[in-house]
Design a protein around this ligand. Sequence first.
Ligand SMILES: *[C@@H]1O[C@H](CO)[C@@H](O)[C@H](O)[C@H]1NC(C)=O
Ligand SMILES: *[C@@H]1O[C@H](CO)[C@@H](O)[C@H](O)[C@H]1NC(C)=O
Ligand SMILES: *[C@@H]1O[C@H](CO)[C@@H](O)[C@H](O)[C@H]1NC(C)=O
Ligand SMILES: *[C@@H]1O[C@H](CO)[C@@H](O)[C@H](O)[C@H]1NC(C)=O
Ligand SMILES: *[C@@H]1O[C@H](CO)[C@@H](O)[C@H](O)[C@H]1NC(C)=O
Length: 733
Amino acid sequence: MPEKMVRISGASTVLWILFAASQAFEVEISPAHKTMAQIGSSMSLTCKTTGCASPSFSWRTQIDSPLSAKMWKNETASILTMDPVSFENEHFYVCTVYCGSVKQERGIQVDIYSFPKDPEIQLSGPLEVGKPVMVKCLASDVYPSDRLEMELFKGDQLLKTEMFAEEMEKKSLEIKSLEVTFTPGLEDIGKALVCRANLHIEPEPQERETSTTLQVYTSPKNTVISVHPSRSLQEGDAVTMTCSSEGLPAPEIFWSKKLDNGNLKLLSGNATLTLVAMRTEDSGNYVCEGVNLVGRNKAEVELTVQEKPLTVDISPGSWVATQVGDSVVLTCTVVGCDFPTFSWRTQTNSSLNGEVRRTGATSTLTLDPVSFENENSYLCTVTCARRKLEKEIQVEVYSFLEDPEIEISGPLVHGRPVTVNCTVPNVYPFDHLEIELLKGETPLKSKHFNEEMGIKSLETKSLEMTFIATSEDTGNELVCLAKLHSGQMESEPKQRQSTQTLYVQVAPKETTIWISPSPVLEEGSPVNLTCSSDGFPAPKILWSRQLNNGELQPLSEDTTLTLMSTKLEDSGIYVCEGINQAGISKKSVELIIQGSRKDIQLTAFPSESVKEGDTVIISCTCGSAPETWIILKKKAKTGDMILKSVDGAYTISKAQLQDAGVYECESKTEVGSQLRSLTLDVKGRENIFSPELLALYCASSLIIPAIGVIIYFARKANMKGSYSLVEAEKSKV
Ligand SMILES: *[C@@H]1O[C@H](CO)[C@@H](O)[C@H](O)[C@H]1NC(C)=O
Ligand SMILES: *[C@@H]1O[C@H](CO)[C@@H](O)[C@H](O)[C@H]1NC(C)=O
Ligand SMILES: *[C@@H]1O[C@H](CO)[C@@H](O)[C@H](O)[C@H]1NC(C)=O
Ligand SMILES: *[C@@H]1O[C@H](CO)[C@@H](O)[C@H](O)[C@H]1NC(C)=O
Ligand SMILES: *[C@@H]1O[C@H](CO)[C@@H](O)[C@H](O)[C@H]1NC(C)=O
């Protein structure tokens, strides 16, 4: 080529010499010398003239091959356009211009290349830690490939570089690649993998690169299942199983159940698997699988679902005691069965005599009212699918409605036997009955009624006992305690009791009489007869006088019988009786009344028989009784005449016949009055006598006498008139 150039230069020099002599004819080509054009793009070569009015242009390649371009021209320039640029355009293009006969030529070398795409990175598979992987860096449609250089970097590290310098046989677009095998590690995560391709062409080398971030994967491992609440479950329970698996990228979780034939049945694509209302069929192996791009990892768990334990409860218990007429509810409850069926029966297969009701998992049997027919064992049978359970309750019937009654044969009297009868009415079953009698806390007698029972019926049972009552029993309680035992040994007997407080009567005794002042008395003096008697309750006192025929004449119910002024007739036997419900106690006393020394005396002096004219003194003297009124009087048909006396003496100076008659002296004291009389006989000669009234005091009561007399009586009263207790005690009979 340099030879040709020289040759062209030589010709131009000749032309230029010719042209320069006339005018400046110039040709210019652009781009100037050499150009690079990419295949597929468009490119123009311009041939421009100056100094020529009408130039003519022609284009040719040096080796005279087709131009593979379009031409265009105006007055001064010609443009050769290659669109698109192809391998055929790689030539030395020559523009020939004639200006008249002057010819000028210009040439330009057109070089082509192809490097249209960034290189491509290909991986033999996903990057998995520890597994070798081949990375391919690919540059396609490259020309001229002998100018290509490729480099592969991992982060900053150059993995491989290559120059593709081998000679090309023909012009073609080539694919060149660079392959590297490496083993990724966890440290590679996030690093850039860079493929760089350089096409070393003049004047502008081309560079393209592709970068990708390393995705390093790890296969799932450590797949773990956690089960809540437990692997062993009961029917109806719920279970939650959570599965986790490690890996990059994070594995997806799949839950399956292992079927009998070993296949897996997919259940869920969620890490958490919740199974509710489990049944026994849900027992088995559950498989969790963690899956990602690079692998899978399994874990397995076995769940066992057991049948719920079936329990049947009967209430109030295994045994219930209930009173005739009451009502009782037997309740049968089942736990652990969703659809139970109930049935009730008695052990003797008799009629239930009750009402059955069902609510959900409970069945009740109501016995109302309870009767003897209900005395039985009742069985509640629960059926749950294939299972069956039976519970029994024994119903014990009793009757014990009333407290015992205490009956005592008669009044309680000290020292006498008494019979107590304690009766328990309407009791059932009496073969469980015990009756006990107690005095205070001391047991007296008890009885168990063990006889065989004929038919079921309410019976009345009693316990009887006899004892001698004593006064010490008073105030004590008589207790009748009835116990109705149950057929169940461990249960407490039912009790009822009655009590009665004892009052033991004591017959009157030690009846005593006190006499005050003394059983022997002077007529007119007072006497107190006092009586007492012991007994319980306190005896009533009755005073009587014993008559001659032996009968008693009741006098007083006071303890003290007072005779204010005793008379001679009061002498006799006085009887005191102490009386209560338990008996009578008697005591008697004799009272002797003697004539009083203090009696008044009525005398006639000198005699009760006088002659007319005689002097007679009728004198009334009273004893020493104090405060005594004395009245002296003469009896007459027309009425009594009170006589005026001096010191109780009435003097008839000259007795006359009329003075004869009955004279009376009456004395009055606090205790009574006394009367004395005498008959005066006057004989002989007639005489006239006009009697005078005489009212006269007994010496003791006269006002006239001197003060000394009063003092005398006062002293006397001191000595004798007072009642002395000491004396009264002494005279006790
Ligand atoms: C002819 O074309 C060239 C290139 O496009 C241009 O520079 C020139 O001015 C044109 N001449 C005329 C007379 O149009
Ligand atoms: C998994 O279950 C949880 C809780 O039920 C729920 O919130 C979540 O959306 C579920 N995820 C999928 C993928 O089903
Ligand atoms: C119980 O009585 C019923 C009829 O009342 C009878 O059908 C059943 O066979 C009896 N069962 C037994 C165990 O006697
Ligand atoms: C005790 O009382 C019962 C019931 O009132 C009666 O049947 C029984 O005969 C009585 N016994 C005596 C000894 O009174
Ligand atoms: C008799 O009893 C009464 C009353 O207690 C008493 O006032 C009186 O002095 C008693 N008389 C005698 C004689 O004891």
